[in-house]
Write a protein that binds this ligand. Structure first.
Ligand SMILES: [Zn+2]
Length: 179
């Protein structure tokens, strides 16, 4: 069950567009003024809701991305594993918000033997052929299955024509040869 941070209704989750003009590095957050249709920043700017909507429509409102913290299974235990420092930093770079969940999922599937482990040059070969996920791999296998059954159908049609072929062969053989 993912843990989603509680939304603070008094915050607009956007930076003040007026502060952005004065100093783009100020990062002054907008907060709602209680019971009023406007918001305020820490630098005293007050902006109405309609003006905010206008700023947003014009692409002048910088929204604050909320980061959902990783949820750890309550029964999970901490386990130290050996890893090369360069691999650790690469993983941290690739999964900035879901590293523990990703590693735990990989470990879970390894433990349950419920994964296909395709690595190195073979994985590169698949990627080069446009197969980058389980979905694309399954689609390919299904396409292959469809192709096989199409070939089967074609073979059945050809088999039906065999008696005709035999008849034609016989007729040709019995034709009197030219004088
Ligand atoms: Zn401001």
């Amino acid at each position: 069950m993912p843990i989603v941070p509680q939304i603070n209704l008094s915050m607009l989750y956007a930076y003040c567009p007026l502060c952005d003009v004065e100093d783009p590095k100020r990062n002054s957050e907008l907060a709602r003024i209680t019971k009023q249709e406007k918001v305020r920043c820490a630098f005293g700017h007050e902006i109405s809701d309609s003006a905010i909507a206008r700023y947003q429509a014009e692409g002048k409102l910088r929204l604050i991305k909320t980061v959902v913290p990783e949820s750890i299974h309550p029964a999970a235990i901490k386990w130290s594993v050996w890893v090369l420092p360069e691999h650790k930093s690469k993983l941290e770079e690739r999964f900035p918000h879901n590293l523990y969940t990703t590693v735990a999922t990989a470990l879970e599937n390894l433990a349950e033997d419920s994964c296909l482990f395709i690595v190195g040059p073979k994985a590169a070969q698949l990627r080069a052929k446009g197969i980058k996920s389980a979905d694309s791999l399954i689609a390919l296998v299904e396409d292959y299955g469809r192709l096989e059954s199409a070939v089967d159908d074609l073979q059945k049609e050809l088999d039906k024509m065999k008696p005709l072929q035999a008849l034609l062969g016989g007729l040709l053989k019995n034709q009197p040869s030219a004088p």
